[in-house]
Design a protein around this ligand. Structure first.
Ligand code: ADE
Length: 235
């Protein structure tokens, strides 16, 4: 096994079949230190920290992805194709597009619309619909129900832009029932689909384009904890 350009692992077994993927590598460190036993750090390239440990006796990894589709595209591709990762679960934040999707809520992305050209590499003569793995989605919803954590399941927009030149652009997506905006799910779902792997994106709402509300750091911490606890049940 050879190191990849972005992950310095050259031995079998250092990365688990199931990997949680927060955008922020320091979140990956926090998840590993808070929830996992017998933790090793497997990646430090570009400070994109990756860890493997045990959760309730099951081996699981957690690694940062950076922000945006090009970045998660690289890390998820290398995890799947070079390290045999089968289940990729993004745990991130999103901005709400709907009145009834409030800050601190948890959104699970059943589908991921996008304004990016990521799909053009596949040469399809139509529009690909990036969707979550049904089995991961079903198990995540069941885990949330068991824990009494309410979740909203539906479409999100994976956007290439955080600062949009047209501040009204989001309303068209909202009009199509899209729940929230983030910047990575579509690329993750496409990489997984192309490779026959399983992917899911679980998000906490950090801000609302409807109410202009934003969460404080402490509030984000709490919904983040619930989201991670759902994700870890999938290991
Ligand atoms: N992630 C969290 N909030 C977001 C927003 N408003 N736009 C894009 N990505 C986000």
């Amino acid at each position: 096994m050879k190191k990849t350009p972005h992950i310095e692992v050259d031995r079998e077994g250092l990365i688990a079949e199931t990997v949680l993927l927060p955008g922020d590598p320091l979140r990956a460190k926090f998840i590993a230190e808070t929830y996992l036993d017998d933790v090793i750090c497997f990646n430090r390239v570009r400070n994109m920290l990756g860890f493997t440990g045990k959760y309730k006796g099951k081996k699981v990894s957690v690694m940062g992805t950076g922000m945006g589709m090009p970045s998660i595209g690289i890390y998820s591709y290398e995890l799947i194709h070079f390290y045999g990762v089968k289940n990729l679960i993004r745990v991130g934040s999103c901005g709400s597009y709907q009145e009834d999707v409030k800050v601190r809520d948890i959104v699970i992305a059943m589908g991921a619309c996008t304004n990016s050209a990521y799909a053009s590499q596949y040469g399809l003569n139509g529009t690909f619909a990036p969707i979550a793995s049904w089995s991961l989605l079903k198990r995540a919803v069941e885990a949330a129900e068991r824990k009494g954590i309410p979740v909203k399941v539906g479409n999100v927009l994976s956007s290439d832009v955080f600062y949009n030149d047209n501040p009204e652009a989001w309303k068209k997506w909202a009009g199509m029932g899209v729940l929230a905006v983030e910047m990575e799910a579509a690329a993750l779902y496409m990489n997984a689909a192309r490779a026959g792997a399983n992917a899911l994106c679980i998000l906490t709402v950090s801000d609302s384009l409807v109410s202009q509300e934003e969460t404080t750091a402490e509030e984000r911490e709490r919904s983040f904890t619930q989201m991670v606890e759902i994700a870890l049940e999938l290991a």
